[in-house]
Design a protein around this ligand. Sequence first.
Ligand SMILES: [Zn+2]
Length: 503
Amino acid sequence: MATPKDAAAVILLRTNTDPIDPEVYWVKRSEKLAFLGGFYAFPGGQMDPSDSEVPVDNSPDRETAAAISCAARELFEELGILATRGGEALTVGQRTSLLDDLESARMSWPQLLRHYDLHLDAHDFTFAGRWVTPPFSARRFDTWFFLVACPPTQEPRVITGELESGEWTVARKAHERWQRSEILAVPPTLHALKTLADGHSPDLVDRFLSIPHAHREPVRRIEFRPNYICFPVRTPTKPPATHTNSYLIYNSDELLIIDPGSPYEEEQTALAECVDELLNEGRSVREIVLTHMHPDHVGGVDALRAHLGERTKVAAHSMTAEQLSNTIRVDRLIEDEEIIELRGSPPIVLRAMHTPGHARGHLCFHEERTGTLISGDNIVGLGSVLIDPPEGNMHDYLRSLERMRALPNLSVLFGGHGPAMANPYARIDEYISHRLEREQNILEAVREGATTPKEIVARVYLDLSPKAYGMAERAVLAHLEKLAADRLISCNNELWSASRDHG
Ligand SMILES: [Zn+2]
């Protein structure tokens, strides 16, 4: 599991903002970013070693000082706001030239502050919690959050290409946009918006710090989108992933559970506790649904059924049911295009999509109203998808990706591993073009005389660690089978060669 890196973020409040309905500056992360692309967030980033060289007046300790220095630097680099003392007289032009000094590395952050006689003061940075990224992510941060009042003479603007846009927003309205499923944000951002929405009162900081997650306890029940809980459980899965996402989809009356995947007792208990919380609020379990038959997606089915009662139904595609017939009882079969509608409000109508490729019986679930797609292992938020023949089939996989791509108004992908993806089309396109590019390289290798997956891996997969050769050969085989189905190559006695009429 990755060790969290120190980071800091700034919750920038507008000058003279209405204390009853405060305004905050939020940014939208570029859709091109692999990590949390398309998410709404606050400016911030990872700590730089030189951040700790900056003296911070009135700081309680060195650790806090380094975090404040990092927060101030990120705020300057991303939004051009200089939250220092002594810089009040600087013009916009002067601040821009300072930023240029920093960006071009003519001066380091500590040098810059010293040179222009600027000071950081801890009184300008109100501590509002420390949040640790849940362990399902390969990139984990231990992020310090600070409330900062925007200096009266400065106006923020997005400078870095990592951000698509930024704007002042009434915190309450921003939170309402999340409630309407219009935007995606991570738990600390949502917590900040919700806390500010209740007003900038004297107990504001206490409210920020009132939950254990604001004191470095990772969130387990992640609600990227209302009514969809992502609950990562530790599983014996494929690195870099260490967890599989279980999803709990609920409304007023019912709860649907997707992929309770952990074979580990403590993880099964944690999931069962979360399920119980939702049931104790008056809901009933609709059923347990499986996206596909891989062990890291079904490892906790029996334990959860034992916990909920043997009458709890498990539903899956017929091919999944068949593959699991010796291990797990599947009570109900789900067909392509089948509708699963939860009783109660808000209306949740999921449409099943049979999307083979990674596994023959793979299902995705699409909710049209909110543009949500449970993408299972067809698209994941972390690591790559293995197409391993004969279970895996590259032809089917690309067709499934195209079918997912053709869905209108997608706003989020919930994958089997890693964080949610707020850039669905960019993500699907990336998957398709990556596979087609690899296919082209493999075809070229065959045309140049490579005859076995082993030889092809050596030519196509440069910088591959020897440990990964076996897996890469399986992936190459999937591509070879697709190229053969497309009649571009053929196979004789386990040796592959290019088809003459296409050579
Ligand atoms: Zn899988």
